[in-house]
Design a binder for this molecule. Sequence first.
Ligand code: OAD
Length: 251
Amino acid sequence: MPSPIRVTDFSRIVFFTGAGMSAESGVPTYRGKGGIWKEYDFESCACQEAFERDPDHVWEFHNYRRGLVRKCEPNEGHRLIARCEQVLPSVTVVTQNIDGLHQRAGSKRVHELHGSLWKLRCDRCGWRDEDFSAPVDDLLCPACKALAATTPRGTPVYKRPGIVWFGDSLSGSVVQASCQALDASDLMISIGTSAVVFPAAQLPVVAKRAGATLVEINPEDTPMSELYDHCMRSTATEALTELCQGLPSGS
Ligand code: OAD
């Protein structure tokens, strides 16, 4: 049945996105058929313990993922969300994705709950690179390397991806900004998340308590489906095309 919802009837919209948002761009999801965690073991490539044990292996995995995503383009769904931000009063993206495709499609107000594949940081000295898209060949932190050159017994310290790994905490400021947007929203559209990873999976409850209308876009049921006012069992691009009917064209 077609959804009675149109984004143009709302003024404070939050798009809450997960891996299914980028599936039609060719980025693999984490779970389900072809999911990353079916092929790779997160305990050996996506947690702090693994990084301390074997940084080369962890970086091999992340360089592989960076290479995959670099070849992908934003899809029509990403572009429609970016257009919503241009033409509607208040639009925020709260994403679990680390691929940067919302920003590449033109979205400006994006809160990345799980960090980004394109960010690098050093936890020892605080060095950061916020937008590094080339392959990471030199794994040593440049600031610590300079220091080690002057400190005879300095140990090597590795750059790590600016991603929230299993066991890491989410950034408090990103969660706060996301909750503010959800609390102020009148429409919250969840797209392509299995809703099994906490605390992210819990955030739509903030919009529900604030009285927003909740729409879930996912070809499959999720453990959070009952929270939603409308469930659209189709793909991100199909459902967003329907919800965005009548949206003025952007600049
Ligand atoms: P998942 O891989 O767990 O779930 C992807 C969801 O997208 C599934 O529910 C699919 O049914 C749905 N889906 C697939 N294709 C779709 C399409 N074309 N349109 C719409 N939906 C589609 O991904 P997430 O829920 O994002 O965390 O996973 C949450 C977190 O788990 C990730 O951020 C990542 C992972 O471990 C970290 O890496 C910290």
